[in-house]
Design a binder for this molecule. Structure first.
Ligand SMILES: Cc1cc2nc3c(=O)[nH]c(=O)nc-3n(C[C@H](O)[C@H](O)[C@H](O)COP(=O)(O)OP(=O)(O)OC[C@H]3O[C@@H](n4cnc5c(N)ncnc54)[C@H](O)[C@@H]3O)c2cc1C
Length: 289
């Protein structure tokens, strides 16, 4: 499928990657695990730049931030103790839901975010955690919120800028907090028809102090459902709040119809999946309905 490829480069540093990108004048593709790129089978590619030796495989947990290098595999995220300790293991649980073991051993976090799929399973938990990314191009390094990366980089062709790392601010540890990742696909190893990641803090009387909800596969890019979050803040977590939140979710989503599901099914499913995520958060925060 890469029958026009003239060279396969294995740079050992970020500056080397950037030099190769510049030299190839848009005719190169970066490759990490290759699990999306190979399926895509773009026959116009002339140069491939393998990122796996460029020094971007790391997980660094600091006081206020956890920093994850772009070529860290989903299997690494699934197993890392630092990632297990972050937001009740939200990112480990999402990583564990990405395809088969074989897939997760190759697939990288950077590839998942840079590929531009609205169904990328790592996108929603990272949005819920207020993550930002660092990218590099010929003009230097830039840090931006993940939501901006989805809006900006994907529009201009994400592969032209190197995604260096993802930075996750440590979420609040105090109080009754819970986090959840939920995914619905046709099979255990299939892409999401809908996915949702949520976080919730409850006060001593069971009222929502703050809520976070991100949805995937139901719009052009994964997004934070901010109206749902505002609607929930300060309210008692009960069945009626959950029903209201579900109605708002259905208003927020803009699903497409494709071979996997109809628009109507995805819209209804987004209510169900978001509801499950919020309910699991509340249960983890000590409030079972
Ligand atoms: C059988 C199968 C099952 C799958 N199941 C799931 C699933 O359940 N959930 C899910 O979310 N995904 C799934 N995927 C998709 C895929 O495995 C993931 O998106 C994976 O994380 C992609 O990472 P990669 O390293 O393989 O990316 P690659 O294929 O190497 O690259 C993907 C794209 O990103 C670009 N890229 C890669 N790294 C960078 C970087 N650091 N900076 C800039 N651009 C970069 C590449 O140029 C390419 O355009 C599945 C794929 C297969 C084949």
């Amino acid at each position: 499928m890469f029958d026009r490829v003239e060279a396969f480069y294995r740079p050992e540093s970020v500056p080397e990657v950037l030099r190769l990108l510049q030299r190839s004048k848009g005719q190169a593709r970066m490759v990490a695990g290759g699990t999306d790129l190979v399926v895509e089978g773009d026959r116009s590619v002339r140069f491939l730049i393998d990122l796996t030796r460029a020094g971007l495989t790391y997980i660094r947990s600091r006081d206020t931030t956890c920093v994850i290098g772009a070529t860290t595999t989903l299997a690494d995220l699934e197993e890392s103790t630092a990632i297990h300790a972050l937001a009740g293991g939200l990112l480990s649980r999402a990583a564990a839901a990405c395809g088969s073991v074989q897939n997760r051993n190759l697939a990288t976090l950077g590839g998942n975010l840079a590929h531009g799929s609205p169904a990328a399973d790592m996108a929603t938990p990272l949005l819920a955690l207020d993550a930002s990314v660092v990218v590099a191009d010929g003009e230097g390094r830039h840090k931006m919120p993940l939501a901006e990366y989805f809006g900006r980089a994907w529009q201009n062709g994400a592969s032209h800028a190197l995604l260096i790392e993802v930075r996750v601010p440590m979420p609040p540890q105090n109080g009754r907090c819970g986090w959840s990742f939920q995914k619905f696909g046709r099979t255990e190893v299939d892409l999401s028809l809908v996915n949702a990641a949520a976080g919730l803090q409850l006060d001593a009387r069971g009222r929502v102090k703050w809520a976070r909800l991100a949805l995937g596969a139901v719009a052009a890019a994964p997004f934070r459902a901010l109206p749902v979050e505002s609607l929930m803040a300060g309210r008692e977590f009960d069945h009626s709040l959950l029903a209201e939140a579900g109605e708002e979710v259905m208003r927020e989503v803009q699903p497409i119809a494709d071979l996997r599901a109809s628009e109507e099914f995805r819209r209804e499913l987004s209510r169900v999946v978001a509801g499950r995520a919020l309910e699991e958060c509340a249960a983890r925060a000590g409030c079972s309905l």
